[in-house]
Design a protein around this ligand. Structure first.
Ligand SMILES: [Mg+2]
Length: 297
């Protein structure tokens, strides 16, 4: 696919790679792209908050997602203020494994992001609308490089049972996940599935109550590279907590991960990665502080 991948807004005036897209404060020569995972990196369900302090000292929380009329995800009020400023100072790109629909019910503080990456890189939203060319390119690549989703689904149907699986889900026709009872999830099943899927070009990731199976070529980093190219980013910062974020963290110039999560459990690290001591919603706040400090240099 060699079609030119679009046209940042002012391409006709200033050439494709130099156009700052975030409005007046942007400096023409320095464009910082901040690509951050959302769940358990910037936003937290009540089960993932890890407040751990006396109730009277807990930070005030802002609910940023409602699902089926109930509050679902939060950030601290301080984090909300930091994100608002970050969104003015950089090109902030939410970078999530969520489907577009799951992403679109989140109401992040600050200006609406010009770009967002959903479905683990399967969709790039530009002003809220999916970029069809990007999506088509991803779909072609998956068809060539890994086993089809149907094969993964068949394995999941054949090897799991309702004593520990609550739901089988397919996300955006790109990947699959199970909602499980975490305490009852057989560890040996997870190990076997990981191995079996790995041989077929798929990654298995356990996050909270979800077991994801995602094609290896479906990456956040590929989509972030594409956005970086379009905006002419001169610096890329990233944060994430799970195995599906590892490639994103590797691809960035600087990266952070919280003290909790799948990567923390495996003590995953990289030379340009800072590991935060904070866990839970406090880590989200600290990540935003680090993003702003790094962008200001
Ligand atoms: Mg996450």
């Amino acid at each position: 696919m060699s079609t030119p991948l679009t046209a940042p807004l002012t391409a006709s005036l200033t050439g494709p790679l130099t156009a700052p897209l975030t409005g007046p404060p942007a400096t023409p020569l320095a464009t910082t792209l901040v690509a951050s995972d959302l769940d358990r990196t910037l936003i937290y369900s009540s089960a993932a908050l890890s407040l751990g302090m006396p109730d009277a000292q807990a930070p005030r929380l802002l609910c940023v997602e409602v699902h089926e009329s109930k509050p679902l995800s939060y950030m601290t009020e301080d984090a909300a203020g930091l994100l608002e400023r970050l969104a003015d100072e950089t090109v902030f790109v939410p970078t999530t494994t969520r489907t577009r629909k799951q992403y679109q019910r989140i109401q992040l503080p600050g200006a609406a992001p010009k770009y967002a990456i959903c479905a683990n890189g399967g969709h790039i939203l530009v002003d809220g609308v999916t970029d069809r060319e990007w999506h088509a390119k991803v779909v072609n690549r998956l068809a060539e490089e890994c086993a089809p989703l149907s094969e993964i689904r068949a394995y999941l149907t054949a090897t799991t049972d309702l004593s520990w699986v609550r739901k089988h889900r397919v996300a955006e026709d790109l990947f699959a996940y199970l909602v499980v009872e975490r305490e009852r999830l057989p560890a040996e099943w997870l190990g076997r599935f990981g191995e079996w899927a790995g041989e077929r070009g798929w990654t298995v990731s356990l996050q909270g109550r979800k077991v994801y199976a995602v094609p290896k070529p479906l990456t956040k980093s590929a989509a972030v590279r594409e956005v970086a190219r379009r905006i002419g980013a001169t610096l890329t910062l990233a944060a994430g907590d799970s195995l599906l974020d590892a490639d994103l963290l590797m691809a960035a110039d600087r990266a952070w991960r919280p003290g909790h999560g799948e990567l923390a459990e495996s003590e995953w690290t990289a030379p340009h990665l800072d590991v935060l001591a904070e866990r839970g919603v406090a880590a989200g706040e600290e990540i935003l502080r680090r993003f702003r400090a790094a962008a200001a240099r």
